[in-house]
Design a protein around this ligand. Structure first.
Ligand code: WT7
Length: 649
């Protein structure tokens, strides 16, 4: 039996959803009339330019459409509509790693975004539907760029600044981007680092679609500029007008693409559309974080991930909140940096990842006591399962035992939270994402839709469409259907399968146990094993490779590679070569933690590598699976022996 923590009474009184009865009432209301519930929310929360005619169109399932023929512009929702009541309120408070700050009020944000949008439209000829790749550090201009695209109807695709030139190039080409927005660089661990040279390298070959590069000067380092192609934002922006006509967008027009890893092949461009996405961003800001008018909200993610999209930029701005953006790393200048920021900026809701919590606990357990963290009201976690130890430290040391922890389960594909406690209502248990949000039908089932008995692992599915769901994979609708609607059915109808396994405990709480597919989650970053294997396979000594996740105290999982070599090589050289290649082709986030050289891999008679077995070995588990279908069963014992020998050393 795990511990249970009840919401604080004072907190519940002021919360939007105050107790489990209210939660159940809303769930019942949704059950009675699914569309009416969304209809009510969409009318209440969104300022439409033109009303929609239908709430949910299922005629082309699983290509669901929400709020069909409604017209809106997301920037009106995030900026324009706040100007009457919040023009001088801080929209974004940015802190540089060196401690400098910039405060952008809603009115100033409005002007910035308008100027940026004018620049894109007038100087670069960007039109509705064009794709713009944003490869930026954590500076306010990254948010301005996203919103400027939204203002003129361009589709942004933010690429995380830690990805390599090759990874950036792949994403630019797949999206067919006309423009790349970047910065000269930024600061990390006290030192300048550069992004523009990576963009230059990405554009060296194969990116004919790119006409222009717009570079924001952040650290004023010397970087190469290509005449005619590259432009400096800081010079051009001054000439643009502070007023800009917004493009009238359909509910279903794409708002952005965000590339994420799948179990096979290249990363997929997850496509989101505007209306449903923004509705869900708002709904979860209000109900999951319970953000109120004078609160200051801080999500520590990078804008290059979905968490940064929804909970640094779109969600907080859509509800007119103050959002924090921090440029640097949590350990600079020491492990107290984040706690110092919480004290100084009086942060009310703090949202981070288990990997960061574990790191800050391990390297700086005493740091939090040096700061006043009493402004905190709600703590959040996301990205991977959180272990009870890290949860308890977060709850007691950071939250002072008074802040509910919302363990939010969701994905790039879901757009916003799907399963999470409600801070004023849900009694929480360490490690449990608890229950689906009101309005969401998330269930643990088997492939045929039968509910999984309590205590047993099953497949985590979302069995009804929801407004902020992925619309398709950019340029590959068949892959969309196959990836998400190909595995599970309920009542004979394909339903969305997340790729995660989960368990109901004896009280019906949902505990996420992790991916069922060949996706590894390192520090909350999603990596496809196929992608990494593809890169390792190019190393000259490598004959065959299989990559799996291996448990790691800080990162959650680490990349572990089994390698069959074709010529003799010492391990240090091999791992060095491999990581240099991975850094070049994908980025340092995908580096392997360790390797094991083996004489062969366990395969079925048809030649498929049996990863389940390799995963078990890497976890140090006994092999309980049936190995009789392996072509050469003795290989399992050999690999196990090598693994044990290596780990004894
Ligand atoms: C995968 C999605 C959603 C934003 C960050 C990651 C894992 C996410 C939790 C959680 C356990 C979690 C899942 C999921 N995950 N949140 N609270 N508990 N696991 O987005 O890169 O699309 O990754 O992250 O495995 O499928 P993403």
């Amino acid at each position: 039996m795990s511990k249970i923590f009840y919401p604080n009474r004072e907190f519940s009184k002021q919360a939007r959803i105050k107790n489990m009865c209210e939660y159940k009432e809303i769930c019942a209301e949704v059950d009675d009339n699914y569309e009416a519930y969304w209809d009510k929310l969409a009318k209440e929360k969104i300022e439409w330019l033109e009303p929609y005619d239908k709430v949910l169109d299922e005629s082309k399932a699983p290509f669901y459409k929400w709020f069909t023929n409604g017209k809106l512009n997301i920037t009106h929702q995030c900026i324009g509509r706040h100007l009457d009541t919040r023009k001088n309120k801080a929209a974004i408070i940015w802190e540089g790693e060196d401690g400098s700050r910039r405060i952008i009020t809603y009115l100033l944000l409005y002007y910035r975004v308008n100027r940026f949008a004018n620049l894109l439209r007038n100087k670069f000829g960007i039109k509705k539907g064009d794709r713009v790749v944003i490869y930026m550090p954590m500076i306010p201009e990254a948010a301005f760029a996203m919103l400027a695209c939204a203002k003129i109807g361009a589709i942004h695709s933010v690429v995380f600044g830690g990805f390599s030139a090759e990874a950036l190039r792949d994403r630019i080409i797949d999206a067919g981007a006309k423009l790349v927005i970047t910065a000269d660089g930024a600061f990390r661990r006290g030192n300048p680092y550069l992004l523009k040279p990576i963009v230059n390298k990405a554009l060296e070959k194969g990116c004919e679609c790119v006409e222009n590069v717009l570079m924001v000067q952040r650290n004023y380092e010397e970087v190469d500029m290509v005449e005619g192609r590259d432009h400096i934002y800081n010079d051009l922006i001054k000439q643009e007008s502070e007023f800009c006509e917004a493009e009238v967008m359909d509910s279903e027009d794409p708002l952005f693409l965000l590339y994420t890893s799948g179990s096979t092949g290249k990363p997929k461009g997850v496509q989101h559309s505007g209306a449903g996405y923004i509705l869900w961003a708002q709904y979860t800001m209000e109900n999951v974080f319970d953000v109120k008018e004078n609160d200051t909200f801080w999500c520590t993610a990078d804008v290059g991930w979905i968490t940064g999209h929804t909970y640094i930029v779109y969600g907080p701005l859509a509800i007119g909140a103050t959002t924090i953006m921090y440029e640097g790393v949590p350990l600079y200048p020491d492990a107290g940096r984040w706690w110092k920021m919480i004290e100084e900026l009086r942060i009310n809701q703090f949202y981070t990842a288990p990997t960061a919590i574990r790191l800050l606990h391990k390297v700086g357990a005493d740091e939090p006591s040096k700061y006043d963290l009493s402004s905190l009201k709600v703590l959040g976690t996301v990205g991977e399962p959180i272990n009870p130890d890290a949860w308890m430290w977060y709850y007691e040391t950071i939250g002072g035992g008074k802040c509910p922890i919302v363990d939010t389960w969701w994905q790039t594909e879901t757009g916003g939270h799907i399963i999470s406690p409600l801070p004023g209502a849900t009694p929480i248990k360490p490690g449990a994402a608890t229950f689906p949000l009101p309005g969401i039908k998330a269930e643990i089932i088997d492939k045929n839709g039968n509910p999984t008995p309590k205590g047993e692992k099953g497949l985590l599915c979302i069995t009804k469409p929801w407004p902020s769901m992925i619309r398709t994979i950019w340029g590959d609708p068949d892959r969309f259907v196959k990836s998400y609607f190909g595995d599970c059915k309920k009542d004979g109808k394909p339903v969305y399968f997340s790729g995660d396994a989960a368990i109901y405990d004896e009280d019906g709480y949902i505990f996420i146990t992790g991916r069922t597919d060949d996706v590894i989650n390192v520090s909350g970053h999603r990596l496809g094993t196929a992608e990494i294997e593809g890169v390792i396979g190019h190393e000259e000594h490598v004959a065959e490779v299989a990559v799996v996740g291996r448990p790691d105290d800080i990162k959650g999982e680490d990349v572990f590679a089994y390698i069959v070599t074709k010529k003799d090589v010492d391990e240090a050289t091999l791992i060095g070569n491999i990581n240099a290649l991975i850094t070049k082709e994908i980025g340092p986030i995908a580096k392997v933690g360790s390797i094991l050289v083996v004489p062969g891999l366990p395969k079925t008679r048809s030649g498929k590598i049996m990863r389940r077995i390799l995963r078990s070995i890497a976890k140090g588990e006994e092999i309980t699976q049936d190995i009789s279908t392996i072509e050469d069963p003795s290989i399992v014992g050999t690999i196990e022996k090598l693994f044990k020998e290596k780990n004894r050393r």
